[in-house]
Design a protein around this ligand. Structure first.
Ligand SMILES: [Zn+2]
Length: 80
């Protein structure tokens, strides 16, 4: 028996990227958050996607953090 009703997770899948980009309308955002509240699978997927984005953003925008640069600089042998 097939359900005529649309799979809420498929809909959530569609909203995942725009949700992460914060380009959903208020109503869509509320709908997405409501689904994330109820659906363990989508919540986990969302967390994964979000952490992936944070990682990618850091890797692209900030290849080396200031702290790491300083650490590397302090390790460098003075040439003078
Ligand atoms: Zn779901």
């Amino acid at each position: 028996m097939t359900q005529a009703h649309e799979d809420p997770c498929a809909h959530c899948e569609e909203m995942m990227q725009p949700y992460l980009d914060h380009i959903l309308t208020e109503a869509e955002r509320v709908e997405a958050e409501h689904h994330l509240d109820e659906c363990d699978w989508c919540r986990r997927r969302y967390r994964f996607e979000e952490s992936l984005r944070v990682y990618v953003r850091q890797a692209v925008a900030e290849p080396m953090s200031d702290g790491l640069k300083q650490k590397l600089a302090s390790l460098r042998i003075p040439l003078n």
